[in-house]
Design a binder for this molecule. Structure first.
Ligand code: URP
Ligand code: ZN
Ligand code: ZN
Length: 460
């Protein structure tokens, strides 16, 4: 049985198109006006927006497994939540234990995800150690479908030196992959935390003060200078500030190929939340931290100009009770991260498209097409074109609802977006041609498959 999506507005690569779309098996088989209904299960999408399934470029499921600061979402709950919210593929960060191989991390992540995932998935690989053995493993990673990496310039247990960053960019670039970077100056973060504590400030409100915008901007500028010398395109993940985006834009003006990711929290939430009473500010502790309204305005403008390429969530969910609370007496002990993979599409639609800041087509590019291109999945994923995978998300812009922790699929005891009114609803999701969400309800679980990715396709 084929599926016919009729009368929808299709967000195609060239722009919105009023047309029908037929799915046969796992693929998109036809797009055009008035396609025949014979032998088809018909979904009427009149008044609705039909997107290629959204891709979350940035999740952390089962992070810190077995430790007191373990994340609340495992692979089963995290991918189910993503699917319920219209995301059909997530890219999660595999992370080797110190001194261990990349292959060991890949095995661990497969053992957690395979058979448990409700949406499709791939893995970025975190580089902590750098030595000839790890370098030699890059070829095996490419063969295994891992073509993107992350390095950190902050966090004592993760950060690499500038020299290592340079070598990683070159080695990965020669493999046709891309390296993303967590850009904060680790030494300045350490100094900032010490300064807040010396001032007697141990509350969550100290978190953004300990890592101000210059901490990010310096690291982005440095990362881009390193990449320029290494001679390969790079990605900057979770950009939070105007000054950080300006560093990206000025590198581009110099002719550098740089890709920029940001996240819904940096567009919708600001640093006033850290001053909430009763330790509630801890719910918003992530790094980089939430910023000022002026940063939000700058990011929206950058997104509308096509300067922000991808929107991921950095979903890293810690329960408030018992886990965020590890930092009740000391903000620097609050586990860093917030949930979001379920709500990214409705948030970006509501605050972006419905508010007139971006178009639905720009939203499609940042949440589906660009992630697929940058991370070696295009046009298999991220595109409504004949022959592509039938991962499809239909959004109803005439319905809505209020986001609450009580109603979410994410397995965490809060949402940073509690009480926010949404101007749309995820109606239907097809995963590889099969209905997985129908009228807003998840109807199929654990059908997610590993996505074996190829080289990046650069468009800048
Ligand atoms: O606070 C954050 N972002 N936690 C997740 C890890 C990371 O840096 O992406
Ligand atoms: Zn990071
Ligand atoms: Zn992250």
């Amino acid at each position: 049985m084929s599926i016919l999506i009729k009368n929808g507005t299709l967000l195609c690569p060239q722009g919105p198109v009023q047309a029908d779309l037929r799915v046969e098996g796992e693929k998109i088989a036809a797009i055009g006006p008035a396609l025949p209904e014979a032998d088809c299960q018909v979904t009427d999408a009149a008044g609705k927006l039909v997107f290629p399934g959204f891709i979350d470029t940035h999740t952390h499921f089962e992070m810190n497994k077995g430790k007191p600061n373990e994340t609340a979402d495992n692979w089963a709950t995290g991918t189910l939540a993503a699917l319920a919210g219209g995301t059909t593929t997530v890219l999660d960060f595999a992370e080797p234990e110190r001194g261990c191989s990349l292959e060991s991390a890949l095995e661990t992540w497969h053992s957690r995800a395979d058979g448990n995932a409700s949406c499709h998935y791939g893995f970025h690989m975190t580089i902590k150690d750098w030595n000839p053995q790890i370098k030699a493993e890059l070829k095996e990673m490419t063969a295994a479908g891992v073509t993107s990496y992350k390095v950190y310039l902050a966090y004592d247990n993760l950060k690499v030196s500038d020299g290592v960053a340079y070598e990683v960019i070159q080695a990965v670039g020669e493999e046709g992959g891309i390296v993303g970077c967590h850009c904060e100056n680790g030494d300045l973060v350490t100094a900032g935390i010490a300064a807040r504590k010396a001032a007697g400030d141990f509350s969550p409100a100290a978190h953004p003060l300990s890592r101000p915008d210059g901490v990010e901007a310096e690291a982005i500028h440095r990362w881009l200078c390193i990449a320029e010398q290494a001679g390969f395109p790079v990605n900057v993940v979770h950009i939070s500030t105007r000054r950080g985006m300006e560093a990206v834009e000025s590198a581009r003006r110099r002719g550098q190929k740089v890709y920029a990711e940001s996240c819904p929290q940096y567009f919708l939430l600001d640093d006033s939340l850290y001053s909430l009473p009763d330790f509630e500010g801890a719910k918003f502790v992530l790094s980089p931290p939430l910023r000022k309204k002026g940063d939000q305005d700058f990011l929206w403008e950058a997104l509308s100009k096509g300067e922000v390429d991808t929107i991921g969530t950095d979903h890293c969910s810690f329960n408030f009770k018992g886990v965020k609370e590890l930092g009740r007496e000391d903000f620097s002990q609050i586990p860093n991260g917030i949930p979001g993979t379920e709500h990214r599409p409705v948030l970006m639609y509501t605050a972006g498209v419905a508010a007139g800041k971006i178009t639905a087509h720009q939203m499609m590019k940042a949440l589906a097409e660009n992630p697929a291109r940058l991370f070696g999945m295009y046009p298999q994923k991220g595109a409504l074109v004949v022959g592509s995978d039938a991962d499809i998300t239909i959004i109803d812009p005439h319905d809505g609802g209020v986001l609450t922790a009580a109603a979410q699929h994410q397995n965490v005891d809060y949402t940073p977006y509690e009480g926010m009114e949404m101007k749309c609803r995820v109606d239907t999701v097809l995963l590889s041609g099969e209905p997985a969400v129908s009228r807003g309800q998840v109807v199929k679980t654990k059908q997610g498959r590993y996505v074996h990715r190829g080289p990046s396709r650069f468009w800048r």
